[in-house]
Design a protein around this ligand. Structure first.
Ligand SMILES: O=C1O[C@H](COP(=O)(O)O)[C@@H](O)[C@H](O)[C@H]1O
Length: 255
């Protein structure tokens, strides 16, 4: 059974989301200044909430131990970092740059693991190599995986539909090349379901009315053709969903 956290108010959602991440940081570090917090983050709408909930939140910000964070990407689009579609590029612009320069001083930031940009544009062999190299960087397991859920029920770059079965059926490799993403760009890499299943905590974030139908399919119908549902089914007790009222409009309040 997954945990549902619902919010009528956007500020409250953002604040509680930041507090949830802080809690997971604290249990991973347990006061040990040599320990690290391994977190995998998603792209898209997640970045703004990470900025608001972690960098711009005056209660949370002072408690984040950024130098002990090891940040990885759940998926990455195979474009140069300066391309607006790059998940790392957007994260840098939205979260890292403001963090590093916050408060008129230079703050020490987290260690961020990106794909090998020099291989982008190198075709099939290079794309497979990007996935392979990225897999070799991943920790044995994540303390926290932060997931989005697309309007079609995809999460990471694991898409629903027969032509994408090779992605959700991958049970050996930790990272795979997605060569036919229905959402641009078509070339991406993504962590696989076993990596998510090994995580200590998994948290989905869904906001806005464009998500209301898919939230109904995921949380009420539980359509197991949807990758987001597969995550819930695999490790439900470790999964928390953060929803705003617009995304949860079709979910009964007592759910
Ligand atoms: O393409 C992607 O989409 C999903 C969902 O994004 P959202 O903007 O609808 O929240 C995202 O989680 C993933 O990282 C990204 O590459």
């Amino acid at each position: 059974m997954v945990k549902l956290q619902r919010f009528a108010e956007s500020n409250a959602l953002v604040h509680e989301f930041g507090k949830y991440i802080l809690e997971k940081q604290d249990s991973a570090l347990a006061g040990n200044s040599h320990a690290v917090f391994n977190i995998a983050i998603s792209g898209g709408s997640m970045n703004k909430v990470l900025y608001e909930g972690l960098v711009n939140d005056k209660d949370t910000f002072p408690h984040i131990k950024w130098p002990q964070w090891r940040i990885f990407f759940c998926d990455e689009r195979l474009v140069p970092f300066e391309d607006p579609l790059s998940n790392y590029g957007q994260f840098k612009k939205t979260v890292l740059d403001p963090l590093v320069h916050k408060g008129d001083q230079l703050n020490l930031g987290p260690t961020v693991y990106t794909i090998n940009q020099s291989l982008i544009g190198g075709g099939e062999t290079a794309n497979k190599k990007i996935a392979e190299e990225y897999a070799s960087l991943l920790p044995a397991s994540f303390d926290l995986v932060l997931l989005g859920c697309g309007d079609d029920g995809h999460t990471c770059s694991l898409f629903p539909g027969e032509e994408f079965n090779y992605l959700v059926e991958e049970m050996t490799r930790k990272v795979v090349w997605c060569y036919n993403s229905p959402k641009p760009p078509s070339n991406r890499i993504t962590i696989t379901l076993p990596v998510i299943a090994d995580a200590k905590n998994v948290c989905f974030l869904a906001r806005g009315s464009s998500k209301k139908d898919i939230m109904h399919d995921v949380l009420i119908i539980k359509n197991s053709e949807l990758p987001s549902v597969l995550v819930n089914e695999m490790i439900g007790t470790r999964v928390t969903w953060f929803l705003d009222d617009a995304a949860g409009a079709l979910i009964p309040q007592d759910c």
